[in-house]
Structures are given as structure tokens and as C-alpha cells.
Design a protein around this ligand. Structure first.
Ligand code: ZN
Ligand code: ZN
Length: 149
């Protein structure tokens, strides 16, 4: 197993509502985003999903999850938790123990489905659909705001 030294990097912990599933992610997320697509809406049971992506190697978990369409949740309490693939761990940031106040989304997906009552976040990159096309290439955002720093 390839263990990476995280040094003083922050380790965030989270889990489900009943406590059966616990997980941690080490270091800074690769990106933090919001998705307004119907899958994310239905899966999360809310108007949109907010998530952070960490390298798969930065992720560890304990406890049994159920997985549907790549998205994992606690089979006991139903909390939505994460989606894992070989490279990345996508974490529903609301499942972190500490409120995700410093994990500020920098992009929004499927903005045509964004609710009209949600206020604009002028700093986000906006995408009409997913970030990747079918071949896995990054798409150009509709809006890429200028950020300071
Ligand atoms: Zn649970
Ligand atoms: Zn989505």
C-alpha cells in the first residue's frame, strides 16, 4: 500500500448520522463544486448537491456502505456520504463532522437546472452540464470569473 506522508496537512473526518460509517480525508481537496443535475437532486434529497473531491489515496473509511450508481450511503440511516473511483473520492461535504465553511465551491454544474430562488455566486465557474465530455476532456465553462489571488 502506498502511504503518503501528509505532514501537518489537515485531516477532516465525517460520517453518517447513526455513526456506523466513518471516514476521513487528508489534505486540501482537489476541487469543491455544486451540482444542480437531477441525479444529484434526487440522490441528495435536496435542491442541489455540494461536494469536495480528494485524491483517492487521501481517503479512508470504516463501516459498511451500500452503493447505488456509484454513490455510497449508510444502509442503516440513509445518510449520503461519498462516491469513489480509482482516482478520486467525492465527498458530500455536508457529511463532514465540522461544517464545511472553508470548503467554498468554485464551480457549478448543470446550471440550467439551478433553482431561480438560489442567489448567484459570482465567483463560480458555470457549466451547462458535466465538467467532462464523454471522452473525459474538460469542457470550457460558460463563465469563468476573475478571481483575486
Ligand atoms: Zn448511518
Ligand atoms: Zn450532478
Amino acid at each position: 500500500m502506498n502511504m503518503e506522508t501528509t505532514g501537518d496537512a489537515v485531516r477532516r473526518v465525517g460520517g453518517c448520522m447513526c455513526g456506523e460509517v466513518r471516514y476521513s480525508v487528508a489534505g486540501t481537496p482537489v476541487r469543491v463544486g455544486i451540482c444542480h443535475c437531477k441525479d444529484c437532486r434526487t440522490y441528495g434529497g435536496s435542491a442541489f448537491s455540494a461536494y469536495g473531491i480528494w485524491p483517492r489515496t487521501a481517503f479512508a473509511s470504516d463501516g459498511e456502505v451500500s452503493t447505488y450508481a456509484g454513490r455510497s450511503f449508510c444502509p442503516k440511516c440513509g445518510s449520503r456520504l461519498f462516491a469513489l473511483d480509482a482516482k478520486e473520492a467525492e465527498i458530500m461535504i455536508g457529511s463532514l463532522d465540522a461544517a464545511p465553511s472553508d470548503l467554498i465551491p468554485t464551480y457549478e454544474l448543470w446550471i440550467g437546472r439551478r433553482e431561480g430562488w438560489l442567489p448567484e455566486m459570482p465567483w463560480t465557474d458555470l457549466f451547462e452540464g458535466d465538467r467532462h465530455d464523454v471522452e473525459g476532456n474538460w469542457r470550457q465553462p460558460l463563465r469563468r470569473p476573475r478571481r483575486d489571488g
